[in-house]
Write a protein that binds this ligand. Structure first.
Ligand code: NAP
Length: 307
């Protein structure tokens, strides 16, 4: 291994499978010491085993929704490596189940991406062809917000003291095009999350809590929250806003969020044009940004790859 001063240490959350696992592989093959974090010990150890050609990968248990587990990761990194250079907040869930034909999920994602690409200009109502139905329960929604937004924030806040010891700290939040504000019909959420002036973490949290409150009262439609993937869209929009705030607070860090693209993983029921390997490329690129690179931005896959 390289000497400790030059060695770079990277933590990837939700790394036992999918895009996170491939981010680990790609960073390990570039010589980083990779902390492959997974909430389930057995699945994490098995994933580590699949990377046995590398002697620079270690497994660590981490449930981003569990503050005790986050605290244990901090202690592990502090006592083993002394600092952290790269944090990739990749762990995520879709916050929705499907009853019937799961390919309906792909249809909704493709329709949302078309709406995004048209800048919100598509007028016709969307009717999926597949005989499946998206099921978004309160439990699904709360877990989604807890994992995708509060989980990423919790891990980041806990590990900032270790990132401050790096001479080139990087934080990559794996976000989604579905978190774009073009796909957010709730005007208050759109206004608050898009405003740089006066934006605070408290205001981001207020938007998220307002969504949960409306969900509990059955007011999702009345308050014009997204008609589908509502929790996922709110969680990723909040994550993007938090990314900007964290970048302002830590000017020495490069903190960005990135959509990896629509990829065949468990979260998409293995639908989508990209492989897991291809989807890992953009987050890896953001993790390896040279000093002086962008910070506080949300990148789509191709934008990230063109940097
Ligand atoms: N695939 C796509 O098309 C796509 C597009 C845009 C954005 N993304 C984002 O990319 C990221 C990775 O998703 P993926 O496509 O690779 O999906 P995936 O294969 O389902 O992987 C998700 C990972 O997150 C982990 N996870 C879930 N809850 C967790 C928790 N509380 N603590 C720690 N880990 C947890 C899962 O662990 P378990 O195995 O234990 O469940 C799994 O390792 C997500 O943030 C997702 O929103 C994906």
């Amino acid at each position: 291994m390289a000497d400790a001063a030059k060695q770079r240490y990277a933590l990837i959350t939700g790394a036992n499978k999918g895009i996170g696992f491939q981010i680990c592989r790609q960073l390990a093959s570039r010589g980083m010491v990779v902390i492959l974090a997974a909430r389930d010990e057995k699945r994490g150890i098995e994933a580590r085993e699949k990377l046995k050609e590398f002697d620079n990968v270690v497994f660590q248990q981490l449930d981003v929704a569990d503050p005790a587990s986050v605290a244990a990761v901090f202690e592990f990194i502090k006592s083993t490596f002394g600092r952290l250079d790269i944090l990739v907040n990749n762990a995520g869930i879709r916050g929705v189940d499907v009853a019937g034909d799961v390919s309906v999920l792909e249809e909704y994602i493709v329709a949302d991406c078309a709406f995004f690409e048209a800048g919100g200009q598509v007028e016709e109502p969307f009717h999926p062809k597949a005989e499946g139905k998206l099921v978004e329960t309160l439990k699904n929604a709360e877990e989604c917000i807890e994992t995708n937004y509060y989980g990423a924030k919790r891990v980041t806040e806990a590990l900032i003291p270790l990132l401050q010891l790096s001479d080139s700290p990087r934080i990559v939040n794996v976000s989604s095009t579905l978190g774009s504000l073009v796909l957010q019909p709730n005007e208050v959420a759109k206004r608050v999350l898009s405003s740089k002036e006066g934006l605070t973490e408290e205001r981001v949290d207020e938007v998220v809590q307002e969504f949960i409150k409306d969900l509990k009262k059955g007011k999702v439609e009345e308050k014009q929250w997204p008609p589908h993937f509502a929790a996922y869209k709110v969680s990723k929009a909040a994550l993007n806003a938090y990314t900007w705030l964290a970048a302002q607070r830590h000017p020495r860090f490069l903190v960005n969020s990135v959509c990896p693209g629509f990829a065949r993983t468990d979260i998409t029921f293995n639908h989508g044009p990209l492989s897991e390997v291809e989807a890992a490329e953009a987050p890896v690129k953001m993790a390896l940004l040279p000093d002086g690179g962008p910070s506080g931005s949300f990148f789509h896959r191709l934008e990230a790859l063109s940097l």
